[in-house]
Design a protein around this ligand. Structure first.
Ligand code: CDP
Length: 228
């Protein structure tokens, strides 16, 4: 049996399990996993640390020329985000970044800068990329597009648990507020808002486990990759 390499685009709301699913699907298929959200988070971290004014396009443009984002696999075979050579995987997940990332992601210059890099990363296919605009803007011709949703409370519990695993205690109320706020900015911004691509398959993860999510996506992917 022959298989061709495809692009799998996973979009959807915050904390629906996109990254967890994408990572495992990539490992099973032998594909590369690219966390586009981590790239927006890394830019946000840089802007916060360097006090970049989000209303000043010149300052933003200059700052972007100083930013180099890479992914490196650690000893446990997990991909981690590096900003200008420094491992920022933990820092970019903190609430300080979560509270500002959607404002930064709405900036046109930031999107142009990152979308260009994301397209280059997917040029050879064989990638799973998750985010908000992957199936609509970054790879509109992706062979498999998924759109993930889940109940807000379930998403908030999952995100709170994830933060706890990173030694960060955050009230559930605060997590909910952040998810709601980000979803609102992400879906209403002018520049490539989060929306379901017409040809995307919806996966509601409220009542299914990660294993079930992964199985479903792998099944859909294999159906697209088998060369008759
Ligand atoms: O992990 P979570 O689902 O909470 O978010 P993420 O994937 O890490 O993305 C963080 C933020 O980056 C989102 O809320 C969006 O504002 C932005 N983002 C985007 O605009 N476009 C993407 N392709 C990926 C993320």
């Amino acid at each position: 049996m022959r298989f061709k390499k495809i692009v799998i685009a996973i979009d959807g709301y915050s904390a629906c399990g996109k990254s967890t699913t994408a990572k495992q699907v990539a490992a099973i298929l032998g594909y590369r996993y690219i966390d586009s959200g981590a790239m927006y988070r890394a830019v946000t971290l840089y802007f916060l640390d360097h006090h970049i004014a989000l209303t000043n396009p010149k300052e933003i443009f200059r700052a972007l020329t100083q930013i180099n984002i890479t992914f490196n696999v650690n000893s446990k075979n997990v991909s981690e985000t590096y900003l200008n050579g420094l491992n920022v995987e933990n820092d970019i997940r903190k609430m300080r970044v979560s509270e500002n990332v959607s404002q930064v992601s709405a900036i046109k210059e930031v999107r142009t800068f990152l979308v260009d890099q994301q397209r280059k990363m997917g040029k050879e296919r064989g990638v799973v990329m998750d985010g908000r605009d992957i199936g609509t803007v970054v790879f509109p011709t992706a062979e498999l597009k998924l759109f993930m949703t889940a109940d807000i409370l379930v998403r908030a519990f999952r995100r709170q648990r994830e933060l706890l695993q990173r030694n960060s205690m955050v009230d559930l109320d605060e997590v909910i507020e952040n998810l709601v706020q980000r979803d609102k900015i992400d879906t209403t911004r002018l520049e490539s808002p989060l929306k379901q691509a017409e040809d995307a398959i919806i996966i509601d993860t409220t009542h299914i486990t990660i294993d079930e999510q992964v199985d479903e996506v792998v099944r859909l992917a294999l159906a697209k990759t088998i060369v008759p």
